[in-house]
Design a protein around this ligand. Sequence first.
Ligand SMILES: NC(=O)c1ccc[n+]([C@@H]2O[C@H](COP(=O)([O-])OP(=O)(O)OC[C@H]3O[C@@H](n4cnc5c(N)ncnc54)[C@H](OP(=O)(O)O)[C@@H]3O)[C@@H](O)[C@H]2O)c1
Length: 274
Amino acid sequence: MLTEKLNNGVEIPVIGLGTYRIGHTDEETYRAVRSALEVGYRHIDTATLYLNEKPVGRAIRESGIAREDIFVTTKLWGSDVLSNRIHEAFDGSLSNLGLDYVDLYLVHWPVKGKLGFTWQTMEQIYQTGKAKSIGVSNHLIHHLEELLQEASIVPAVNQMELHPYLTQKDVVAYCRRKGIVPEAWSPLGSSKIPLLQEEMLKDIGARYDKSPAQIVLRWNIDTGVVSIPKSSDFHRQQENIAIFDFQLTPEEIGQIDALNRDYRTGIDPDKISF
Ligand SMILES: NC(=O)c1ccc[n+]([C@@H]2O[C@H](COP(=O)([O-])OP(=O)(O)OC[C@H]3O[C@@H](n4cnc5c(N)ncnc54)[C@H](OP(=O)(O)O)[C@@H]3O)[C@@H](O)[C@H]2O)c1
């Protein structure tokens, strides 16, 4: 799997499996993660919030794939910041996953008034070696500016809602200037918007014999964005990584960029509360 180098030298596979609501039961979650690993995923994205770290971790441990060959991300939830339990939350995630370390630990959402404190604690976790990289999620430019004022370590990643209806060009450009890799959540627009019905995506797809989902995921790769599509279905999991045999032209990238309408399916990061 193609990788992108983070600012500390760690390599992140450019496509990962999103696991939010990937199964209704632990067994379904376990089976979905196992099937993704079988079809070739080497990057799995979970979070404390998803309440699925146990089956996700079990699928990783029982996959037969060497631990160092799988990139695992989990995330710190805001209520653990507010209750000053960041170290305990991280240890709880490792214990749920049944792993000795994660490859990436993310601050899930910015907690107003706590950005510097949160990040300094993340840096302490990084120093233990149990998180190979640390980063943030849902941070806007002003959050990153505030955090960087007190940071010794620049976040490796900013995971944000990003798809053709919400390209976040300003945040992406800021991240690039600072050496932060942009990562797209809901890269397919989730199930909430009919993004994949766009005729233009179908037309571009017809040129390469690819689906609209594959065109959107390739657009991420061709614009330097890591993405984590979720699919519970074996065939769509396969489809979402069968995108390494073609490349979009600058014109096609421009056409997809032009779909932007600054449309969020999720919460505005300035309006989140815990
Ligand atoms: N940091 C954050 O705050 C945050 C927030 C939200 C999500 N996330 C992460 O981002 C991941 C992805 O986001 P998401 O789950 O919201 O949305 P998504 O990956 O954009 O879309 C998932 C939806 O698309 C369908 N799908 C997948 N592949 C498809 C294909 N090839 N063709 C047609 N439909 C397809 C899935 O259905 P099937 O499962 O039936 O295939 C599911 O309904 C999450 O799972 C989570 O790990 C992070």
